[in-house]
Design a protein around this ligand. Structure first.
Ligand SMILES: CC(C)[C@H](C(=O)O)[C@@H](O)C(=O)O
Ligand code: SF4
Length: 471
């Protein structure tokens, strides 16, 4: 039988081409996704006379700079100051023959939403993208990680990449979630526990009965934020849930190729007895709906808590950081988290913009009204169309939400969808850094149902109270 191996070990060794004396390994890359922030790199490569090695394994989509309004018009980019980025990506993709999901293609969306949605992301593959949230794709049993600009060029030219082998960590999450608790709360609770550097140098595999019970979409949310725990990647051993999700998707294998792929994928899960460099456990039943109060995703607490007091923190550096975070966030120690009034709500981003996220938020919003400006930005054109077919757009619009076109939008504001300075936003995205949603903007990270609850009450609210009929 040989030594038991982890999912990570199996993928790593199957993709290792050669090892260098310094310990780096040249890895074969199966899938390369490229978005509009990196689009110019395609043209730069051509200028150096280098062809794209495997355009058939390279997939391009504009998302960061995508306008989320006016997309139905004749030239949706005419009013955009960022049109150049999108045009460079689209032209580069067309010239080199890579698959392009252009801005006017219904399949366009956030790169980490459309990879799984199209079946491009597959178990056992090495998938890279010039984006830190590439970890998302690991939810399907891929080894997926973000790369930098020079590495993008390297992969475009060679379809391979030098990597130092990371260490492995398993996070076992057993038990069931209480009503009103979502997978976003699970990952926020984990980051709150281990810290924003808790996973540094590691690839995290999420395991345990909770993970097995989750849908692929919920798993994607967890893997998405692995990077916010400092990890190189996040992954989940593929199972029947994974296979059922992938079957029939446009880029998934078909017919006899599907059968062969299934046989291969079934051998991928971490073997009984395989060793990880670190092991952690988390009890799912103890997790409450979470909110962040500070300027790092690790500043996460149950909504039933209060804004923490720096005076109670012994470590001087941590105390100073907390003082700065509270000052930026405009918060006073001891304030109940559910008493914090918000100015705006954003439901979107590669963390929480898939159909299940929108359904969950719509259930809370249904029959209520948002008392603050709020918007929903579906993760892809297909998610948007599905939501419209189900009437979710009506629920959101009737409640006063804006219903936008797909893109990164207010997660990072690169397309101009910004939170104003001093404004407080409840957001389903993954980063609450200083200035993340706009200069001076204050971000509270929450789940989709918690964002919906915040919208209809105007403050951070324990969604469980709304679900029970109270307010
Ligand atoms: C702009 C892009 C390269 C960046 C990333 O790497 O993650 C963005 O997607 C983000 O979420 O901050
Ligand atoms: S949605 Fe946000 S986190 Fe995701 S890729 Fe876009 S900017 Fe990055």
């Amino acid at each position: 039988m040989g030594t038991p191996r982890t999912l990570f070990d199996k993928i790593w060794s199957a993709h290792a081409i050669v090892e260098r004396e310094d310990g780096s390994t040249l890895l074969h890359v199966d899938r390369h996704l490229i978005h509009d922030v990196a689009g110019v790199i395609i043209g730069e490569l051509a200028e150096r006379g280098l062809p794209v090695r495997r355009p058939d394994r390279t997939f391009a989509v504009p998302d960061h700079y995508a306008p989320t309004t006016g997309r139905a018009g004749p030239d949706p980019l005419s009013a955009s100051p960022h049109a150049g980025h999108i045009r460079a990506l689209e032209a580069g993709a067309r010239e080199t023959g890579m698959t392009l999901f252009a801005l006017d293609d219904i399949r366009q969306g956030i790169v980490h939403v459309i990879g799984p949605e199209q079946g491009i992301t597959q178990p056992g593959t090495v998938l890279v993208c010039g984006d830190s949230h590439t970890a998302t794709h690991g939810a399907l049993g891929a080894l997926a990680f973000g790369i930098g600009a020079s590495e993008i060029a390297h992969v475009l030219a060679t379809q391979a990449l030098w990597q130092k082998k990371p260490r492995t960590m398993r996070v076992t999450i057993d038990g069931a979630l209480a009503p009103g608790v979502q997978s976003k709360d699970v990952i926020l609770a984990l980051i709150g526990k281990i810290g924003a550097a808790g996973g540094t140098g590691h690839v995290i595999e999420y395991a345990g009965s909770l993970i097995r019970s989750l849908s692929v979409e919920a798993r994607l949310t967890i893997c998405n934020m692995s990077i916010e725990a400092g990890a190189r990647a996040g992954m989940i051993s593929p199972d029947e849930t994974t296979f059922a999700y992938l079957e029939g998707r446009p880029f998934a294998p078909k017919g006899e190729h599907w059968e062969a792929a299934l046989a291969h994928w079934r051998r991928l899960p971490t073997d009984e007895g395989a060793r990880f460099d670190r092991e952690l456990t988390l009890d799912a039943s103890s997790i409450a709906p979470m909110v962040t109060w500070g300027t790092s995703p690790e500043a996460a607490l149950p909504i039933t808590g209060r804004v923490p007091d720096p005076a109670e923190v012994a470590d001087r550096e941590r105390r100073t950081d907390m003082v700065h975070a509270l000052e930026y966030m405009g918060l006073t120690p001891g304030t109940r988290l559910d008493a914090i009034a918000i100015d705006r709500v954003f439901i979107g981003s590669c963390t929480n913009s898939r159909i299940e996220d929108l359904r969950a938020a719509a259930r809370v919003v249904d029959g209520r009204r948002s008392v603050v400006p709020a918007m929903v930005v579906p993760g892809s054109g297909l998610v948007k169309a599905q939501a419209e077919a189900e009437g979710l757009d009506r629920i959101f619009r009737d409640a006063g939400f804006e219903w936008r076109d797909a893109g990164c939008s207010m997660c990072v504001g690169m397309n101009g969808d910004l939170v104003a300075s001093g404004e407080r936003c409840a957001s389903t995205s993954n980063r609450n850094f200083v200035g993340r949603q706009g200069r001076g903007a204050r971000t509270h990270l929450v789940s989709p149902t918690m964002a919906a609850a915040a919208a209809v009450t105007g403050r951070l609210t324990d969604v469980r109270r709304l679900l029970q009929g109270g307010a």
